[in-house]
Design a protein around this ligand. Structure first.
Ligand code: EZ4
Ligand code: CO
Length: 405
């Protein structure tokens, strides 16, 4: 069997997605997600100009060799653009292998380790009351875990609350340049514990609670926050601090028993190696799309398991349904799976372009048995939604200093 043709497809069914379609001479094709939010066309160029020509004529069965060829063989290793491009190829090849075998990808990984995939939903709000009302709705729907984000008084459009925007799938801005937001660590630190205090007072301790700091604290500030939140027993604190310097997590770890999760912007195991071997984190959030695909995700997961670290892949709406499906296959297998971020099945437009094998029941994501990844892409429908340049916001401190969004 040979790779005969490859399409790099871009569409904006509510938001931009980059999709790779690898077509074999047998007619069987595979799909991969190559979306990097706000930098979509960089991956498109990387794929079209530098990856696709190397793949034509190859045997699609050789997933590992093709991965090594694109990673080691490029000399310029790592980075989000490169790894998203490699990820799309890798996902598409697993999809093809599954279709040839007539088996869902999770069967090729080693089969099911559990009945369903525990998910955590996002309860957002402009106020604590609104956030807790949304938490109550998710508990009623059967969610076992929920992430709480609330606007901070004085910082109304803080990440996670989206200001006036209610549709989370439209996280992308319509403005021609990145919108700017304000951040104040003290305003945040003085307010955020109250959200969790009230959540526990109202709903008790059965529901698992998560919070995303979105990398806006230094390690010692994260340590302080972790300690303040200890009475409210979080499942984990996400992106408590950037980990460009992995040693920073030692500081957080030395001071708090609040579990820590990180990894949504990681691209390879090297971004997490010290965090793993020093056991300074509890959940690794590397995504199939941004971490080079299913092949490295499985290796990283097995490595992390040796250090009691569980997997909690990033599940934001800027990952396409192909990545969400890849995660579902991975999660249902991974012996050290923790939890999957999940914010629903998207807009009508999105569902017209992508069909997927996922459903939701009582707090669990269920995966329909279909060969390969079980996703399809309607190319004709996709043409209706033209790509539009879009940026994530940029954050500044109150004095104008550029900060982490
Ligand atoms: O901000 O995916 O946990 N989820 C997140 C996401 C990220 C977006 C960036 O594109 O932090 O919402
Ligand atoms: Co996050």
């Amino acid at each position: 069997m040979k790779i005969e043709h490859i399409k790099v497809l871009v569409s904006r069914p509510s938001r931009n997605f980059v999709t790779l379609k690898i077509i074999t001479d047998s007619g069987i094709y595979g799909l991969g997600d190559a979306t990097v939010n706000g930098r979509e066309m960089a991956v498109v160029a990387y794929l079209k100009e530098h990856v696709v020509p190397c793949l034509l004529g190859r045997d699609p069965h050789q997933i590992e060799d093709i991965w090594q060829y694109l990673y080691k063989g490029a000399y310029w290793r790592r980075g989000p653009i490169t790894m998203a491009a490699i990820a799309a190829v890798d996902m598409a090849l697993w999809d093809i292998k599954g279709k040839i075998a007539g088996l869902p990808v999770y069967q090729l990984l080693g089969g099911k380790s559990r009945k369903g995939i525990t998910a955590y939903a996002h309860a957002n709000g402009a106020t604590i009351d609104e956030t807790l009302e949304n938490l109550g709705k998710f508990i009623k729907q059967g969610f076992k875990a929920v992430r709480l984000q609330c606007a901070i008084p004085g910082l109304e459009d803080t990440y996670g609350t989206l200001g006036k925007k209610k549709d989370y799938f439209e996280l992308q801005s319509d403005r021609p340049l990145p919108p700017e937001q304000l951040w104040s660590t003290s305003k945040y630190m003085n307010f955020i514990t109250e959200l969790f205090k009230q959540a526990r007072a109202e709903y008790g301790y059965d529901i698992q609670l998560v919070h995303d700091v979105h990398s806006r604290l230094t390690p010692i500030e994260s340590a302080q926050l972790g300690k303040l939140l200890e009475p409210y027993k979080l499942m984990f604190l996400e992106d408590a601090s950037p980990a460009d310097n992995q040693d920073g997590y030692q500081i957080i770890r030395n001071h708090t028993t609040t579990p820590l999760a990180i990894g949504e912007i990681f691209n390879t195991v090297w971004d997490a190696k010290d965090l793993i071997t020093n056991q300074t984190i509890d959940y690794l959030r590397i995504a199939a799309t941004h971490g080079g695909g299913i092949t490295p995700l499985k290796k990283i997961s097995d490595f992390a398991a040796m250090y009691n670290i569980r997997m909690a892949p990033h599940g934001a709406p800027d990952l396409s349904p192909i990545c969400h499906a890849a995660h579902a296959h991975f999660n249902i297998w991974a012996p050290n799976f923790g939890v999957q971020e999940f914010i629903g099945f998207g807009t009508e437009a999105l569902n017209k372009v992508f069909s997927h094998p996922l459903s939701f029941d009582n707090g669990y994501i269920l995966l329909e048995d279909k060969p390969g990844l079980g996703v399809d892409y309607n190319e004709e429908e996709a043409l209706k939604y033209e790509y539009k340049r879009s940026y994530l916001p940029v954050t500044r401190l109150e004095d104008g200093t550029l900060w982490y969004w």
